[in-house]
Design a binder for this molecule. Structure first.
Ligand SMILES: Cc1cc2nc3c(=O)[nH]c(=O)nc-3n(C[C@H](O)[C@H](O)[C@H](O)COP(=O)(O)O)c2cc1C
Length: 262
C-alpha cells in the first residue's frame, strides 16, 4: 500500500513549523499533497474534513503548550480514524506538554496518532542581542525531517503504520497556560507603513493606515511582524519578555536535537 493522499495542516507564524512540515512531506513524497495553513484567521478553509491516507499536523510550542489560537483553529478539523502525525516545533528550551496536547486535539477530532515528533526552530524572541536557536531548522534538521517522512512512508507501505498507536511524551493534565499580558511589539520611526506586519499577523491584531496600530489584547507575541519587517522597525520591547529572552539566551544555548516517536 502506498500513501497517495497526504494532507499537511499547520499553524506557523514565523514559518519554522511550516518548513519542518514541508520537509517531512517531501520525505513522504505522496502523489497528492494538500496544504491547509491555518495561520491567518481570515484564510481558514470552509471544509476541514480529512479523508486522506495520512495527515501531518504541526504547531509551535508556546510556554510548553499549543498556542490557544492554533487550538481554536484545529478544533474545526474532522476525521474518521485517519492516521495522523503531530509535530511540534520549539525554540530550543523545552516542548513539555505540547506534543501530547496536539496528539489529544487530533484524537478528539477523530484522528489516530501513529507517530509524532518534536523539532527545533529559531526562537520567536531571538534577536542579535539575545540569540536563541538562530537559523534553526538548519540543513541537519531538514535532513532529519525528510528522513522522518521516509520512515513514515516505509511503515505505511508494510501496513504497520495503520496498526501502530504511539504514545508521545507529556503530562495530563497539561501545565497551566501562562497569563497573557496586554502588550505587543511596536513600530518605530523607521517604519515605512508597507503593511507587511499586518499581512503576517495571525490574529489580525495590526492595522496599518497613516500609522501602525496594534491591539495588545489580540497580540499573541508570535513575533511574525518583527521577523518580517524589512526595515527592522518592529521591536518586541515588552520588559518582561526582554528578560525572558535574555534568560533563554543565557540558559538554553546548548543545541537540542529533534526527537522522533514512531
Ligand atoms: C509566546 C511564545 C512562547 C514560547 N514558548 C516556548 C517554550 O515554552 N519552549 C520553547 O522551547 N520555545 C518556545 N517558544 C519558541 C517557539 O516555539 C519557536 O520559536 C517556534 O520555532 C516558533 O514556530 P513558528 O516559526 O512556526 O511560529 C515560544 C514562542 C512564543 C512566541
Amino acid at each position: 500500500m502506498s500513501c497517495k493522499k497526504l494532507k499537511m495542516i499547520c499553524f506557523s507564524p514565523t514559518r519554522t513549523t511550516r518548513r519542518i512540515l514541508d520537509a517531512v512531506a517531501e520525505g513522504v513524497g505522496a502523489g497528492q499533497l494538500e496544504v491547509i495553513d491555518l495561520t491567518r484567521e481570515d484564510q481558514l478553509p470552509a471544509d476541514l474534513n480529512c479523508d486522506d491516507d495520512l495527515v501531518i499536523i504541526g504547531a509551535p510550542v508556546y510556554s510548553g503548550r499549543i498556542p490557544l489560537a492554533a487550538v481554536e483553529r484545529f478544533k474545526a478539523l474532522k476525521s474518521c480514524g485517519t492516521p495522523v502525525v503531530p509535530v511540534v516545533v520549539y525554540g530550543n528550551r523545552a516542548y513539555e506538554d505540547a506534543l501530547i496536547e496536539l496528539s489529544d486535539i487530533a484524537t478528539e477530532a477523530g484522528f489516530k496518532t501513529v507517530a509524532g515528533a518534536a523539532f527545533i526552530g529559531e526562537h520567536s524572541f531571538s534577536t542579535e542581542k539575545t540569540p536563541i536557536a538562530v537559523s534553526r531548522p538548519d540543513e541537519d534538521d531538514l535532513v532529519k525531517a525528510r528522513e522522518f517522512g521516509k520512515s513514515l512512508v516505509a511503515k505505511f507501505a508494510d501496513g504497520s503504520l495503520a496498526t501502530s498507536s504511539v504514545e508521545v511524551p507529556g503530562n495530563r493534565p497539561y501545565k497551566d497556560r501562562s497569563p497573557k499580558a496586554s502588550a505587543s511589539p511596536v513600530s518605530n520611526g523607521d517604519c515605512q507603513l508597507c503593511g507587511a506586519c499586518e499581512r503576517v499577523c495571525p490574529t489580525a491584531a495590526i492595522s496599518v493606515g497613516a500609522m501602525v496600530e496594534t491591539d495588545p489584547d489580540k497580540c499573541i507575541f508570535c513575533c511574525a511582524c518583527v521577523k518580517v519587517c524589512a526595515f527592522e522597525a518592529r521591536k518586541l520591547e515588552v520588559p518582561r519578555l526582554l528578560e525572558v529572552s535574555q534568560w533563554l539566551a543565557d540558559n538554553f544555548s546548548a543545541r537540542r536535537e529533534p526527537e522522533i516517536f514512531i
